[in-house]
Design a protein around this ligand. Sequence first.
Ligand SMILES: C[S@@+](CC[C@H](N)C(=O)[O-])C[C@H]1O[C@@H](n2cnc3c(N)ncnc32)[C@H](O)[C@@H]1O
Length: 229
Amino acid sequence: MLELPQQKARLRAYFDGIGFARWSAIYGDADLSLVRRSIRAGHQAMIAQAAAWLDTGLSGTTARSALDAGCGTGLFTIELARRNFCVRAVDLAPSMAAATAARIAEAGLSEQVQCSTADLEQLNERFAVVSCFDVLIHYPKADFARLCGHLASLADEVLLFTYAPYSPLLAALHRVGSFFPQGQRHTDIQMIPAKTVQQALAASGLRVRRSTPISRPFYHVTLVEAVKM
Ligand SMILES: C[S@@+](CC[C@H](N)C(=O)[O-])C[C@H]1O[C@@H](n2cnc3c(N)ncnc32)[C@H](O)[C@@H]1O
């Protein structure tokens, strides 16, 4: 297993190169294989659910600032901007941050959104809402608490994130998948037990207010909304 700085360097290179091509196709509307269509459908359902929670879960008293950490091509950044949040969108991969900036400019929302290339661990401002979708799934269990704790330290009101839940069946499928040649594999996904997630949140003074599994044949995450205890 790679150390955290090496893992970040690997993710940055992947999401700036072949991963950018793969994931921007999944996050776009091009024709896709069955497997990638399933991932797209799961991701769309996850973003729609998180956006629906935004509409029902905020006090309305705090400044509407938001951080989209690991924004990818900006599919949730735009949901935040359309809801009048003043958004900071960051991504480790320059191509991803640029794709978000382009999406936001096309929607005429650039005044509300600041996009940049950055590691989420470099940030130290605070935001009413912090979102971090399908990012922690790329980090091993050993780094989960630290990354989750850092995100929690940036969130004044709500932390929204996804993780890949541990299940013996998915773990077995994952082991089978690792026998395929590298080119046929999808990105390595790290499964985290729910208890590890709850412990990491509790250590940062947060609790789960809502959580729901989002499952499609090739997309399995748990979407979590965490708030102060
Ligand atoms: C699978 S994509 C998800 C994109 C977006 N959150 C979404 O759900 O549409 C994962 C993204 O996380 C970014 N990422 C990974 N580690 C990061 C870190 N430490 N800081 C910022 N971005 C990171 C990757 O570059 C990639 O764009």
